[in-house]
Design a protein around this ligand. Structure first.
Ligand SMILES: [Zn+2]
Length: 298
């Protein structure tokens, strides 16, 4: 049976949309008047991704989610955009996304799609540490669990304002890329949670700077992270600076990109002086190095 003209048109439209997806880095796929684009072209486990929406009326409210995690949109380039975190322990495959456009007087419009998340292989890292830093006594164990809970609660708190702008700078000078994101750690023969930041080797006392504008959300001295600073960049984005020798900011301070916030040290569970730098988006633990690759012009 020969396909009718409608079938041919549909096939041509499908081919055109497939061709566009493979050629362009940030294609905007059309859903009625609303267009949706993703960056980078291939999103991997642990990446921060960028979702851009055009064609939503200015007066409309926009809600969205990826894999059930809510997204925080902000006005961008005449449309809306959101940072999207793909947690380090996400399984590769497709993740459903969903948008709801709500305009007063109209029924809400729902748009759905799927984002392919590519796999990324992480190394296994074997470390030997003093027994007292690994086999905790019950009191230390309780302390470490309560500190981890406090941090998780903080990362789930979404400030409604975007503080960050433009590109993200590195937290320490030099040219070495931070290493170790996603490593499955085996410490003294015991498998542990994946390493969810990157480590910068640097001499004790090396200045550490804020990677973008934000508000200091926490300065503390915790068992594993040691002296730490957490910066809230707004809309669910947090950056973390661990093992500091000292912190030179306090809770609530407004900081700017490149502003010193402390110095590299070896406090907490550290085998030597280094900066552990991490980032969370919507409570997803992402590779903070992918923030440096974002090209956001506003
Ligand atoms: Zn680390």
């Amino acid at each position: 049976m020969k396909p009718g003209p409608a079938g041919l048109l549909l096939a041509a439209a499908l081919l055109a949309s497939v061709g566009q997806l493979t050629v362009l880095a940030a294609p905007l796929s059309a859903h009625g008047k609303v267009k949706v684009g993703w960056r980078p072209a291939q999103v991997r486990v642990g990446d921060v991704a960028w979702m851009e929406i055009q064609g939503v009326p200015d007066n409309a409210a926009l809600e969205g989610s990826l894999g059930g995690r809510p997204l925080a949109f902000f006005p961008y380039a005449g449309g809306r955009a959101a940072l999207v975190g793909i947690d380090v322990e996400t399984k590769a495959g497709t993740q459903p996304w969903r948008l709801a456009v709500m305009t007063a007087g109209d029924p809400p419009q729902t748009i759905e799609g799927r984002l392919k998340v590519h796999r990324r292989d992480f190394p296994v890292q074997r470390l030997t540490l003093p027994t007292k830093m690994v086999d905790l006594n019950p009191e230390t164990e309780r302390r470490a669990v309560s500190e981890a809970d406090q941090l998780r609660t903080l990362y789930r708190t979404v400030s409604p304002e975007r503080f960050w702008r433009g590109r993200f700078t590195r937290p320490v000078g030099g040219t070495e890329p931070g290493t170790g994101f996603g490593s499955r750690r085996v410490i003294n023969g015991q498998p542990k949670a994946p390493h969810t930041g990157i480590d910068f080797g640097a001499a004790a006392g090396t200045p550490v700077v804020a990677v973008n504008d934000g508000r200091v959300a926490l300065v503390a001295n915790f068992f594993f992270p040691g002296r730490l600073v957490v910066i809230d960049h707004g809309l669910g984005l947090y950056t973390l600076y661990f093992h500091l020798q000292e912190a030179t900011v306090t809770d609530g301070d407004r900081v700017h990109r490149g502003q010193p916030i402390g110095a590299v040290g070896a406090t907490g569970r550290a085998t030597g002086p280094h900066l552990h730098f991490g980032a969370h988006v919507g409570a997803a633990r992402i590779d903070p190095a992918t923030l440096f690759e974002l090209t956001v012009t506003d």
